[in-house]
Every structure is written in C-alpha cells, then in structure tokens.
Write a protein that binds this ligand. Sequence first.
Ligand SMILES: C[S@@+](CC[C@H](N)C(=O)[O-])C[C@H]1O[C@@H](n2cnc3c(N)ncnc32)[C@H](O)[C@@H]1O
Length: 248
Amino acid sequence: MHRRIPTRNKTGWASNQLNEVSELFVAHCRNVPLPVLDIGAAFGLASLAAIEAGATVIANDLDPAHLAEIVKTNKLTLLPGRFPEDLYFPEASLSAVHASNVLHFLSGPQLEQGLAAIARWLAPGGKLFVQASTPWQKPFRAFVPVFERRRDAREDWPGWIENTRDFSTHRKLDQIPASLHLLDDLTLRRITEAAGLAVQDAWLYRRRDLPGSLFLDGRECAGLIAQKPELSLIPPPVQPITMTGLHE
Ligand SMILES: C[S@@+](CC[C@H](N)C(=O)[O-])C[C@H]1O[C@@H](n2cnc3c(N)ncnc32)[C@H](O)[C@@H]1O
C-alpha cells in the first residue's frame, strides 16, 4: 500500500513506492559499469532498488539519520552531506545520478552549481534522472498566476517562493522548509542544457505516488532525463607551421 514517510528534517515526505522517474533510473541501473549517485536518498527506496538491479550505489542525504535507517548491504556507500556544496566526485566517475523530490529545495544558484557538478561527475553516456514538484499543486494554487507571470516575463527562477506561508495555508506546511523552489519542465531543461547535458525528455505529469491532497490539474510533477554526450571525435590540433628552415 502506498504510504508517505515524513522526513525527520522537515523536507517533505519520502515515498514507499517508486515513482515513474525512479523506475527509469532503476532500469538504467541494470547495465552500468560505474557507481550511481542517489541525491536526497532519504530511507533508500530507490538506492536499494538500484542495487537490486545490479548497480553500486552512493546514497547521499542531508540528514544522516535518514541514511542510518537504510539496510546496509555491500554495493552501498552512505554519504551524508548537502548537495551540491558538500559533495565531490572525480570527473567522469558516475554512470547515473538520481534526484527525486530534492531539487525543489535548492535555490537557483545552488541548482546551477549542482547541475554543473553532475555534468562533471557523469561519465560520457551517463544519465541524469530528475523528479521535482511543480507550482501546479493544490496547496500552491494561489502561487500559479505569480509563477506564470514570472515565467512569461522570462525570469530565471519563476518558481522560487521565499516564504511558502505567503501563498499557502496548507495544514502540513510545517513539514516543508520555509522557502521552496517549485520547478517546471522548461526551467529544468534550461539549467540542464546550460550545464552541457543533452536533455532526452522533460515533461509535466502526475506521479503515481502523489497524495490526492496535492492533485490540481495533472501537471503536479516534472520529470527530466538527460545524458552526458559521448566524447566527440575532435580532430587533433593542427601542428603550427614554423618558419624555421624556410630559408635554409
Ligand atoms: C522529500 S524527501 C525525498 C526522498 C526520496 N528521494 C523520494 O523521492 O521519496 C527529500 C530528501 O532530500 C534530502 N535533502 C534535502 N535537501 C538536500 C540537499 N541539499 N542535499 C542532499 N539531500 C537533501 C532530505 O533530507 C530528504 O531526505
């Protein structure tokens, strides 16, 4: 049965059912040569499914108490810390990055920094899987006209809400941070492409595990899949022509 598990640090709820994007991440993990990173792994639902699929997983979360609840297995590394500033991986060392229901806790500059880091960490051909909350959720319907006006004015971060209480009176607001960054497919696509990744798909949808209290119009969630381009065959630099010897 579907159940939402409240996070200990009041960053929303973790799901006990894989959403559609997480499922694609797990499918990708069936055949990966390098470790994969699960950002905001919480209690490890997607991380453990990825291990089951055959991957070696680095499970990251801001709250070490969440990670401590994950059943330890080999092929799992627990990595507490705040993405992006606390994380470091060598260039081209990951086969995939999964970020489900976590990027909407980051500011615009943190998102830019984070996407650039992910693009560095992924190996050529490696993939990014993102699931995030959009403004089209019932508790934030008062924010939708503000978001759409900012988006139409081409503001960089149309979904940034400094204080959620300015727009929502939802009774469970104290389970999320005061500031939130609701993201749409266009914003996700823009920042991902700016980081140098090729977006394969970016879409709005209603994830299967979304609680009914958030239903608005079917666009409650945003998904994105992107890939780091394979190394292009850049021809070697042409040897500079030297003038030496011309008059010999
Ligand atoms: C809403 S839960 C999502 C859990 C799971 N990924 C899912 O989709 O059900 C958000 C999780 O992200 C973590 N988190 C929030 N901000 C983070 C950050 N900047 N870096 C790493 N983890 C973060 C929280 O501690 C929490 O466990």
